[in-house]
Write a protein that binds this ligand. Structure first.
Ligand SMILES: *Cc1c(COP(=O)(O)O)cnc(C)c1O
Length: 415
């Protein structure tokens, strides 16, 4: 019989989204008449369709593929120059940031990149994640055997958990212990809060000091509407020596179903083997891509490129503005319930504190059973998420209006 990866056994219980689905399905089975009243503010998926600039570019790319003179077969594994150059120009160089097209690696989305970056890192690393956290960073390390087993508090042995709480406004304090790999995500999923430039500078200083690497996820950076807040870690001097950055067109361009993103791996970035040999991560990441992938569809890359056209930028910004307006209304709705709310000002997530003594799952059940509003229980993202719920601002304006309407009718006896 074939041997299998036993690390999968260590994965904690049901994945969060499965448990949510289970409870929702159970509710629907028991309350068939209320099924149509459900308002889905749980999962972080976009609802607005692709913008016209993207649709036009993708149509035209399909036509290219249908003509002998413009047909494209296998493309470069790390992305077409037209897209890598557009990214380097618009995301970085136009903003005075030193990143060139060779340092951009186009992919089918950043969830996969956050997982596959571990191909070029090794299990000796002391790895830190924030608590609460985007579960992908944790589970991918568990699957590769980078952790021990899960404890009663839901934490894995061998991982360092950095608490992100209301006290530190959801940006962990700089650790007092040495670490090698640190996953950070700002604007943050699930807390919806973001990091200041000074805080990010402190993290870069820590990483340089300890020769650590920061794996920086900026899936929500286009929701930042305040120029003093960092949209890229490379805005911070020194970050080229200590950071890999993960970008996605999913939330900023409505690409959750189209699939495109990219990583930035600067050429200066090095790591060492256990015998002390220094290796350049850029070369390894290049090698990893050319060995394991034949790249992303030409049609999809033309669509992503169109997001950097003038029309594409205007249209995509207008959609993010809609989600931000949803967030503003949801915050107000939660405040009308007397809840303390965080997030949603530079992200699409409201992070609301449950009333005193109410757990995340109790609040989830209350919102589902009594009000037919589906949220995410904060505890599903880590033990420090206990006592919070996450409400997504991605549903349509109509759904958000109805959520706020129901919230306004709930008296303060919610608990
Ligand atoms: C949605 C999301 C992503 C994007 O994933 P894709 O694979 O690009 O769709 C990455 N990181 C976080 C934290 C997210 O919430």
């Amino acid at each position: 019989m074939a041997y299998v990866n036993a690390n999968y056994q260590k994965l904690a219980g049901a994945y969060l989204f499965r448990e949510v689905d289970h409870r929702v399905t159970e509710f629907c089975d028991q309350n068939p008449s209320k099924k149509d009243k459900l308002l889905r503010c749980g999962i972080g998926d976009v609802t607005e369709p692709l913008v016209p600039a993207v649709v036009t570019a993708m149509h035209s790319a399909v036509d290219d593929q249908g003509r002998g003179s413009t047909f494209h077969g296998y493309g470069p594994p790390t992305g077409y120059p037209f897209l890598r150059e557009a990214i380097a120009q618009h995301e970085f160089q136009d903003r005075g940031i030193d990143i060139d097209a060779q340092e951009i690696f186009v992919s089918d989305g950043s969830k996969g990149d956050c997982a596959s970056i571990l191909d070029i890192l090794c299990h000796e690393n002391r790895i830190a994640i924030t608590d609460p956290v985007y579960p992908v960073y944790v589970d991918t390390n568990v699957m590769l055997g980078h952790t021990g087993s899960v404890g009663e508090n839901g934490q894995y042995a061998g991982l360092t958990y950095l608490p992100a709480t209301a006290e530190n406004r959801f940006v962990p304090d700089i650790p007092s212990v040495p670490l090698d790999l640190i996953y950070l995500c700002y604007p943050n999923n699930p807390t919806g809060e973001t990091i200041t430039r000074a805080q990010l500078e402190a993290w870069v200083a820590y990483a340089l000091d300890h020769e650590a690497i920061i794996l920086y996820d900026v899936a929500y950076k286009d929701f930042i509407r305040d120029d003093s807040l960092p949209k890229s870690i490379y805005e911070i001097p020194g970050a080229r020596q200590c950071a890999i950055e993960f970008h996605s067109f999913s939330k900023s361009g409505g690409f959750t179903g189209v699939r495109c993103g990219f990583t930035v791996c600067p050429k200066e970035l090095t790591g060492k083997t256990v015998d002390g040999t220094k290796l350049v991560l850029h070369d390894m990441w290049n090698r990893r891509w050319s060995t394991k992938s034949n790249g992303v569809s030409y049609i999809v890359q033309r669509g992503a490129e169109a997001l950097y056209s003038k029309a594409g930028q205007t249209q995509a910004t207008a959609i993010i503005d809609k989600y931000l307006e949803n967030g503003r209304l949801l915050r107000q709705g939660c405040e009308s319930l007397g809840l303390t709310v965080y997030g949603a000002q530079h992200s699409p997530y409201v992070w609301a504190a449950c009333p005193e003594g109410v757990s995340s799952w109790e609040m989830f059940d209350e919102m589902l059973n009594t009000h037919q509003i589906i949220v995410m229980p904060g505890s599903g993202f880590g033990s420090c998420g206990e006592g919070y719920i996450r409400i997504s601002a991605f549903p349509s304006a109509e759904v958000v209006a109805e959520v706020v309407n129901r919230m306004s009718k709930i008296s303060s006896n919610i608990a």
